[in-house]
Design a binder for this molecule. Structure first.
Ligand SMILES: NC(=O)c1ccc[n+]([C@@H]2O[C@H](COP(=O)([O-])OP(=O)(O)OC[C@H]3O[C@@H](n4cnc5c(N)ncnc54)[C@H](OP(=O)(O)O)[C@@H]3O)[C@@H](O)[C@H]2O)c1
Length: 429
């Protein structure tokens, strides 16, 4: 398709996130232009964070799904059955490509919908249905097509992960942390789908079906949630060097069948999945001859989820040859430049100083003259050549100030060899 006209059904968190992205598409890297030809939701007059008045309104999702003004139907209503399913079926039968973020729909009816899409020669894309903004469906389906996958594991529900990490960190029981998560918007008013493990199970089933080329059969997915996990369990496990996490898993049995399950697992604190805290999602794919690949990022939220939907939109453009770097004719041209020396960070500085009185004072004075102050300092004993290694963590300063300081340090009589300087990456996210 060279011109995409979206019909967006559902103007909630994700729907409005998508409208916002369409409205600022100049800053994205889409291969062509995207228009919104029609929208629908339950209540036309609801106050929404984006303006939708300029788009044609449809009272019924199914009417939008079959309307000739659209060629892509984007289903962002939710629910495994009901209006979402009927509208998606209608769109596919009317020859429209369908994009959905609806894991319940795909987990319960994905197989028959995929068949309907195939019969009608159209795409059914659902990147946003698993792990929100983490591009795991496409990576598993396309980029890892050359890998024989043995096992997929993941943390696929941010709410459960938040509950387990927050209970342990704050030493508070399940009910108290759940109430806080609801207040902060990390958990739904009705959290059953999340805490029962069902939401993670929907996503796990989708991943397993792709990873192992299996018929998706949700009735064979074993599900246990975090609702039975107590602070006592987390605490005792912690004292044994273990973290309890809600883990989704898909793997191949020795009889070449697929096992898919979601359950709380205890794992060593050094395990990559054990280190994922808060609302992040992580997926780990193990296979031959690859080894393992791990993807991590925000598993929910309007922005990340809408970006995954937009990734599917971009996939539907079908130019004869794709621009190798993804830049289409209509994109602005940006230039490479060297980084601005006003960029600020803390720095790690390592120097070797001749072992004599006053050397350390000279060093800190040289730094101060360039506007660089010391946050932490560590001095080791002198080595066999009489030079004592000194490591410094500076307070935040600009690269210009640090470059200037390093020149001064190099010129110090007491400085032996080349100093080592590295910016310290901010670890706040
Ligand atoms: N939120 C996330 O972070 C996230 C992440 C990954 C996937 N998803 C999936 O994305 C989908 C949408 O989630 P959301 O969080 O955006 O939900 P939401 O905020 O509850 O929005 C749902 C939207 O659907 C509309 N709607 C309800 N019934 C409808 C009907 N019969 N016909 C047309 N529209 C109808 C609602 O209309 P009104 O606005 O008038 O009420 C609302 O705009 C779900 O499948 C969800 O599982 C969400």
């Amino acid at each position: 398709m060279t011109s995409l006209k979206l019909g967006i059904a559902g103007l909630g968190h994700v729907g409005c996130g998508l409208v916002d992205l369409v409205q600022k598409q100049e800053s994205l890297r889409l291969p062509g232009k995207v228009e919104i030809a029609g929208v629908t939701a339950r209540n036309r007059n609801r106050n929404r964070p984006v303006s939708t008045d300029q788009y044609e309104w449809f009272d019924d999702a199914t009417r939008l799904a079959e309307d000739d003004s659209i060629n892509v139907f984007v289903e962002l209503i939710g629910g495994s059955d009901g209006p979402a399913k009927v509208a998606v079926e209608t769109a596919l039968k009317s020859g429209k490509a369908v994009i959905t973020a609806n894991k319940a729909l795909i987990a319960m009816h994905g197989q028959e919908l995929a068949e309907l899409a195939r019969e009608n020669g159209v795409d059914l894309l659902f990147e946003a249905s698993v792990a929100g903004g983490v591009p795991v469906v496409r990576v598993l389906r396309d980029s890892l097509a050359g890998v024989e996958v043995k096992r997929v594991t993941g943390i696929l529900n941010g709410t459960c992960n938040f509950l387990a990490s927050e209970m342990l960190a704050s030493r508070r029981p399940y009910d108290v942390v759940l109430a806080e998560a609801q207040r902060l918007g990390y958990a739904e008013a009705d959290p059953t789908l999340d805490v029962s493990g069902m939401d993670a199970a929907h996503k796990a089933a989708i991943l397993a079906a792709i990873a192992f080329s299996a018929d998706l059969d949700f009735s064979k997915v074993a599900v246990r949630g975090v609702d039975g996990v107590e602070l006592l369990d987390l605490d005792l496990a912690d004292r044994l060097g273990l973290r309890i996490k809600l883990i989704a898993e898909g793997k191949i049995t020795k009889d070449d069948e697929v096992v898919c399950r979601v359950e709380p697992l205890a794992m060593p604190t050094g395990h990559p999945l054990a280190r994922v805290n808060g609302s992040l999602n992580m997926v780990r794919v193990e296979g031959e001859p690859l080894g393992a690949v791990t993807l991590t990022g925000p598993g929910a939220g309007p922005g990340p989820t809408a970006s995954a939907v937009m990734g599917d939109v971009a996939k539907l453009f079908n130019p004869i040859a794709r621009p190798a770097f993804g830049r289409a004719e209509h994109h602005g041209i940006r230039k490479f430049v060297f980084a601005d020396t006003d960029e600020r960070s803390a720095f790690f500085l390592r120097v070797r100083l001749a072992d004599r009185a006053g050397a350390l004072a000279e060093l800190t004075e040289a730094l101060a003259e360039s506007g660089v102050s010391v946050d932490k300092l560590l001095q080791d004993s002198a080595d066999e050549n009489g030079a004592a290694p000194v490591a410094i963590v500076t307070h935040t300063c600009s690269r210009r100030e640090m470059n200037d300081a390093s020149e001064r340090v190099r010129e110090l009589e007491s400085s032996v060899g080349q100093p080592q300087i590295m910016a310290i990456e901010d670890s706040t996210d």
